[in-house]
Design a protein around this ligand. Sequence first.
Ligand code: SAM
Length: 318
Amino acid sequence: MTAPGGGPDAPHRPVLLRESLHYLAPARGGLFVDATLGLGGHSEAILESGGGARVLGFDRDGVAITFATGRLARFGSRFRAAHADFRDIRRVLEEAGERALSGVLADLGVSSLQFDTPGRGFGFRHDAPLDMRMDTGGVEETAAELLARLPEEEIARLIFEYGEERRSRRIARWIVERREQGRPIGTTKELADLVARAVGYKRTDRIHPATRTFQALRIAVNRELEGLGEFVETAVDLLQAGGRLVVISFHSLEDRIVKRTLRRLAGHCECDPRAPACTCGARRAVEIMTKRPVVASEAEVEENPRARSAKLRACEKL
Ligand SMILES: C[S@@+](CC[C@H](N)C(=O)[O-])C[C@H]1O[C@@H](n2cnc3c(N)ncnc32)[C@H](O)[C@@H]1O
């Protein structure tokens, strides 16, 4: 199956697929929410797992919805798609008349469909408008618009925080200097070249020096960390007893939010022990199934380098 927009010819193998299925246990049947449908790889495996499980797949990217809906059409009414943000899971389920989920999966971040489609501006292998919006029909600003508007300190902060880039202030200075000369950054290549010149590029570098800056901008454009903790809480709320939640994250900030929220939902209070009462909202709603995050095997990383930073956490509703 060929992805639209010049994307990958064959959908990549979904990240941590075997491990996701192990924790989700879809052969139990019932309704599963795939919060991040993407190319539909995880959903397909859930639908194929026996037990007649149904899947409701969310994606904020209309191209992903069209692609996955075509791929999963053979499952008939067992698969439905919602072109929606997973942070609206409660409203969408209510509107669909659904409740008591058997499982929820969130495989966060961008899909290969988005990353490998040149015109979307997520990568810099091809020159393209610096867009990076997952939902191109949504209200978010493009990455170019963000860089044209934000103050220098704010650009430096987001590149530092979301990109874990030590040289963020220097990169932000160069971006703003260019803007002040009346030449704001408009394309992926302009940004990649500027970062390479700002920080220097050695042939021995393992990754291109702009990789972290691109990651940071993508997270900022799509507000990927906002509401993630609330989503985890709502998803747990919507699970039936014995239902499972599996979250795969690719960034330490994302993983920290998931880890802390799950700990609170498992009853670990984060309040000052001297406080007279708990105010952090800790309650015993889940059992954490992964004491440590599950990571990809060497073989998977070799086949798919993106799996290197994947961390999977899972819990079961009590
Ligand atoms: C890593 S991909 C998922 C790949 C998928 N598991 C598969 O097997 O093909 C992540 C997808 O989640 C979508 N996404 C990210 N944040 C979202 C959000 N807040 N709401 C809905 N979809 C989101 C992205 O548009 C992207 O298509």
